[in-house]
Design a protein around this ligand. Structure first.
Ligand code: 5RP
Length: 231
């Protein structure tokens, strides 16, 4: 089975968690986009929900799917957020931000009573770090901030290259919040909590892609005999 089929199976299972009247956080990325499309089908069939999108891309997709939207300011207490992830470990710790939406994704997840992660089985790891860790930074003082981030990474027992994420045109990728992203290729993060503490202490770091203690559940779709199996 292709990753896309597995992502769709996870998204379909997540849609079944949605109940009438729920206030939802809507994640970002290809898996979350499948969830939004399937949720739209239920909304058009009569389900009443309201959603807070975690990116402009998701806002547009949700609008196109007919899902009523609100803002986190108007609805600061959400029932359930459904979002994808780039990596998930056995303690439901995540790396997110491959799509560049980590800041809004983390704010929305923190405002939700439950956050359920939808992934295909390839995202499961024993130790986080194979996927480059996204770190969102303000453009001002980029070189100084990058040096300080590198020192913070070393202080947490990690090592690896840091690169400013670039768009297709070769210029820095700009997030919905107007920031840049540093991708840290660490390979292995032995102590995610220590790294998270070190990163937030760096002036210029807006947020990082370690989601620790936020996910309350996960729907992982793996292939078994050609069929998706949810674990
Ligand atoms: C966006 C994210 C995504 O959830 C993550 O990158 C996974 O994306 P996909 O479902 O396309 O594999 O964190 O910032």
């Amino acid at each position: 089975m292709s990753p896309a089929e597995l992502k769709r199976a996870a998204a379909a299972r997540a849609v079944a968690l949605v109940e009438d009247g729920m206030r939802l956080g809507l994640g970002t990325g290809s898996t979350a986009a499948l969830f939004v499309a399937l949720l739209g089908e239920r909304v058009r069939a009569g389900l009443t929900v309201v959603g807070v999108p975690t990116s402009e891309a998701t806002r547009m997709a949700a609008e196109a799917a007919g899902i009523p939207l609100t803002t986190l300011d108007a609805t600061p207490d959400l029932d359930l957020t459904i979002d994808g992830a780039d990596e998930i470990d056995p303690e439901l710790r995540l790396i997110k931000g491959g799509g560049g939406a980590l800041l809004r994704e983390k704010i929305v997840a923190a405002a939700s009573r439950r956050m359920v992660v939808i992934v295909d089985g390839a995202k499961r790891v024993e130790t986080l770090g194979r996927f480059p860790l996204p770190i969102e930074v303000v453009p001002f003082g980029l070189v100084a901030t990058t040096l300080a981030v590198a020192a913070a990474i070393r202080s947490a027992g990690c090592a690896g290259p840091l690169a400013v994420r670039k768009g297709a045109d070769g210029t820095p990728f700009v997030t919905d919040g107007g920031h840049f992203i540093l991708d840290a290729g660490l390979g292995r993060i032995p102590d995610p909590e220590a790294l998270a503490r070190a990163l937030v202490a760096v002036p210029g770091v807006v947020e990082h892609g370690l989601f620790l203690g936020l996910a309350t559940g996960a729907i992982v779709a793996e292939a078994a005999d050609g069929q998706p199996r949810i674990v």
